[in-house]
Design a protein around this ligand. Structure first.
Ligand code: NAP
Ligand code: GLV
Length: 308
């Protein structure tokens, strides 16, 4: 039985060392040195090798090395293969930092002050407490709930929206299409932390922007495919939105000359809101393998029919 890793060598070296120390009975191989392919039961990859079923006839689990699984063609994977996304505290903590930074920046009007600075304009706007700012997070999964907990600690008036009903202390929760309108109507800063699925592709569009209070702002730390780019530009132009902070785009990187690059009210970061942290992720993988051994459910199992 072996564990196969396909990904950056630096992270692989850290994982191999931790596996050798903590689970020495499970050999750790680096793609393409797979040894006996029939022994490969576990694969960790962002882009799995082609023809998985033929190449690794005894593969049981495909671990995504990131939180997202939209990079996989779930319908093309072997039918019985379990797919597991990355749930690990390092990745979650980094996302919380990014979302807090972005929400605080928008709350304190930093994009507007930056624009004023470039014009040489010294002009104050009212200073408001966080408690008067309504933040809404789309996606109440591992990352959305952790981000909401931190935003709440900062004092923001927080709400979350998800497909099914969630109950988190101190957070107003909304579920499904039926409650989306009420969620948006009370959201000054909208944060997207949804997975990218056929249902959520293009969700950040004119309909959503128009349902927010005028002058609201947007943080997209999920996937570029969630955003309808011309609708964002039009909403900023009309003043319906006041600013957007985008960590993700489609395509990545954006082509030179794309209107987002020089837009005064759009801040871009190059898909760095968070990243799997090698040490904590190794622990999470080992924990999941121990659960598998014990016949317990794994953390982060993907419902392939839902796409996340
Ligand atoms: P997760 O735990 O699977 O949570 C997904 C959440 O989205 C759940 O609350 C789910 O609702 C909700 N959802 C899914 N489809 C929905 C729909 N159609 N309508 C309403 N709600 C829906 O995912 P996660 O670990 O928090 O990660 C979220 C995403 O963050 C990842 O998929 C990835 O794309 C992105 N990400 C980005 C970065 C970056 O650096 N920019 C880093 C890591 C992850 P239920 O609760 O009802 O299931
Ligand atoms: C990064 O975007 C991830 O999905 O982990």
């Amino acid at each position: 039985m072996t564990f196969l890793y396909k990904g950056p060598a630096q992270r692989g070296a850290i994982w191999a060392e931790q596996f050798a120390r903590k689970m020495p009975q499970l050999p750790f191989c680096f793609w393409p040195d797979v040894g006996d392919a029939a022994q490969v039961r576990f694969l960790a990859a962002w882009e799995p090798p082609a023809r998985l079923e033929e190449t690794f006839p005894n593969l049981e689990i495909l671990f995504s090395v990131g939180a997202g699984v939209d990079q996989f063609d779930l319908s093309a994977l072997p039918p019985g293969l379990q797919v597991v996304r990355m749930v690990e505290p390092g990745l979650t903590a980094c996302m919380c930092e990014y979302v807090s930074w972005a929400v605080l920046s928008l709350h304190r009007g930093i994009p507007q002050y930056r624009e004023q600075q470039q014009r040489g304009e010294w002009k104050e706007h009212p200073v408001r407490p966080a408690s008067s700012r309504r933040v809404g997070v789309m996606g109440m999964g591992t990352l959305g709930r952790a981000a909401l907990a931190q935003l709440r600690q900062l004092g923001f008036d927080c709400a979350g929206w998800s497909r099914s009903r969630r109950n988190d202390p101190g957070i107003r929760t909304f579920a499904g299409e039926a409650e989306l309108g009420d969620f948006l109507a009370r959201t000054d800063i909208l944060v997207c932390l949804l997975p990218l699925t056929p249902e959520t592709r293009g969700i950040l569009d004119r309909r959503i922007f128009d349902a927010l209070p005028p002058g609201a702002s947007l943080v997209n730390a999920a996937r570029g495919g969630h955003l309808v780019q011309p609708d964002l530009l039009a909403a900023l132009e009309r003043g319906q939105l006041s600013a957007a902070i985008l960590d993700v785009c489609e395509p990545e990187p954006l082509p030179q000359g794309h209107p987002f690059w020089n837009h005064p009210r759009i801040w871009l970061t190059p898909h760095v809101a968070s990243a799997t942290q090698a040490e904590t992720a190794a622990e999470a993988l080992l924990d999941n393998l121990r659960r598998h051994d014990a016949g317990l459910p794994l953390e982060g199992v993907v419902d392939r029919s839902q796409g996340y």
